[in-house]
Design a binder for this molecule. Sequence first.
Ligand SMILES: [Zn+2]
Length: 468
Amino acid sequence: MKLINMMAVATLLVTATTHAANNLVPVAEKTQETATSLRDKAFKDDSAYEILRSLTTEVGSRHPGTPGEKAGIQWGVNKLKALGFDKIYTEDVKMNGWVRGIETAEVLVPSYQKMIITALGRSKSTPEGGLEADIAHFETYADLEKAKDGSLQGKIAFISNRMERFKDGAGYGPANIARSKGHELAAQKGASAILIRSIGTDDHRNPHTGATSVAMGYTQVPAVALSNPDADQLVRLMGYGHTPKMRLNVQTKDLGDIVTKNVIGEITGSEFPDEVVVIGGHLDSWDLGTGAVDDGAGVAIAMATAAFIKNNTDVNPRRTIRVILWGAEELGLIGARAYAKAREADGTIDKHMIGSESDFGAGPVYGLRSSKNVSAKAIHVVDTMAGIMGELGVSRRSGDTSGGPDMMPLSALGVPALGLMQDGTDYFDLHHTPDDTFDKVNPDHMRQNLAAWTVFTYIAAQWPGSFK
Ligand SMILES: [Zn+2]
């Protein structure tokens, strides 16, 4: 025991000497000790899980322009107050609203069958009562690209390829083009609608909604997603040589100009109050579920982390911890873009020292990686964070990161970011479906997230060096 202690002291001394020689600002021993004891205490703390329970139960879904979103914003302000944040405010963001109404699909030929669908974000309506058309099948987006322009008159273009399951969600990007741009391509080919297999990894009759490439107004043709079993059914039907005829009825509404909000809470820095560490999640959700894994979990983890640090330290950390509950992420990072633009304009962007967003579900954190613009002189700090997170099953990972979707506009302006990589193996079973509900979340995982986020946030706010 004693020998090990002596070796530990020797290692610390060597590290300190090396850091001095390289002009590195060390992570003080006291800071490491505090981060370690906060980690152990957070690992037994259910506050993130309880915040998530409240949001998903007392509010529910939070789609921009709906009463649910309004209630979510009020909930955010009230909860930040109840958690004892030093400063709480909201920032208005103008946007264009869109909501779904009726959405039904039936196969009429060769036999009558109801299909489970949902409209994609900003889908245009079909004519009232729906449209009837034959299905033209394409296995992939690339296959639809090969069709002659204007050749799909009077048809519904159907893209059937399936998203692959990976721990890090690597299957999402390649599958997603059908959702985002399928409507443009279908219109170019003359089709009257685009039907895609849901971008999801489950086998339930739950369709997955999600954004398209459209920022305001409507898609070029009605755009809908079939649940995975329904997509399989349609493909099997065509395997028998049938050309299915479908009746598709989608009614949606452009809400025109609406206002969303970023909800912000701060733990004021005790030495450098104008220097900011940004953490957060997005407060909006799709309308089908209650936004538990996307992204109530991220909201809860960020709020709980900052409050936990404040309530378990005698003095606030040196820098300000700014928790941002981002508005309208799902419709195109609308709150995040407005926030970054405003900070670029008022010059406070340089005071954003580092940031990260939790927006990949409620699975445990397994990796820590840093963006390429984290200075070589700060890499040892990230290594130290990863070392302290090691007991939680977290290891240091290579590669770049934007720090999460809502961090992208800040990253683009040079703000360093860390990625706390979560196990997303099951994330796309639930993502953007009616099944995204609180019961799917494991409280052990929420405690582990709280512990990992506490280590990152505390050290980022307490270490006096620069990450840039
Ligand atoms: Zn999300």
